[in-house]
Design a protein around this ligand. Structure first.
Ligand code: PXP
Length: 251
């Protein structure tokens, strides 16, 4: 009898750093833990509450997570560190030095509040292919954050990316509107195609305590990466309870 594998929970702790930066933007965070809130201590609490992995996005403009946070996270977290990053040479070199367990390649624009669209793997084929090859060679898993678009999924397979993270933002935005069933169906077909092509399927962006019941009906899900909803819930109930409540959906 084979047990159905449970879906893993990756917690994105960027917004803990966002709160710190709102007050201490000008402060040199050489040690990382000298001002509150400390996003690494926060990540450790997420792990204690059952998170299967921790995600940090080191953005080019360092608007929330700082280099010292990522370095301390690498040393201190006990589950898996997933480094979200743009496909720039600076970040590629950084990841090869840091050696996170995985990298998730995302598009990055300075104007956006959070990552808006999926990575254009088709349009940046050779660049993304080089990054996947370099990470694989270094023993780091690559995940490509892409829209559930067949062309993007097929190119991810062609470039031998072991994982993709399907962008659930369009579905989350449509949740209270007419397009919800259509967006869910697009995600379902995307997950099926990626699985058929031998890619591990993760998903993330805009997943919350309401839509998760429907998100987990998607086939072949390995891990969900969730940030905003968990951090927001933590303001009311504390981070450990917020993680436990989300985990309960995945049991
Ligand atoms: N996955 C990726 C690739 C992201 O860029 C983000 C947002 O930082 C998330 C997941 C988490 O999205 P949310 O904060 O909406 O849960």
């Amino acid at each position: 009898m084979s047990a159905i594998p449970r879906i893993l929970l990756g917690v994105n702790v960027d917004h803990c750093a966002t709160v710190r930066q709102a007050r201490y933007r000008a402060h040199a965070l050489d040690h990382g833990d000298e001002v509150e809130p400390d996003c690494v201590e926060f990540a450790l609490l997420c792990e204690q509450a059952g998170a299967d992995g921790i995600t940090m996005h080191l953005r080019e403009d360092r608007r929330h997570v700082q280099d010292s946070d990522v370095q301390r996270a690498r040393a201190e977290i006990k589950t898996r560190l997933n480094l979200e990053m743009a496909c720039t040479q600076e970040m590629i070199d950084y990841a090869l030095r840091l050696k996170p367990d995985s990298v998730c390649l995302v598009p990055e624009s300075r104007e956006e509040i959070t990552t808006e669209g999926g990575l254009d793997v088709v349009g940046q084929k050779s660049r993304v292919g080089e990054v996947v090859a370099a990470m694989t060679e270094a023993g780091i898993i690559t995940s490509l954050f892409i829209d559930p678009d067949p062309a993007q999924i097929e190119m991810s397979a062609e470039l031998k990316s072991p994982w993709v993270e399907l962008h659930t933002g369009a579905y989350a935005n449509a949740y209270y509107h007419e397009g919800r069933a259509r967006e869910l169906d697009t995600l379902r077909k995307g997950a099926e195609l990626a699985h058929r092509l031998g890619i591990v399927v993760n998903a993330g962006h805009g997943i919350n305590y309401s839509n998760i019941s429907e998100v987990i009906t998607l086939p072949h899900l390995h891990e969900l990466n969730i940030g905003h909803a968990i951090i927001s819930r933590a303001l009311f109930v504390g981070i450990e309870q917020a993680v436990r409540e989300m985990k309960a959906f995945l049991a």
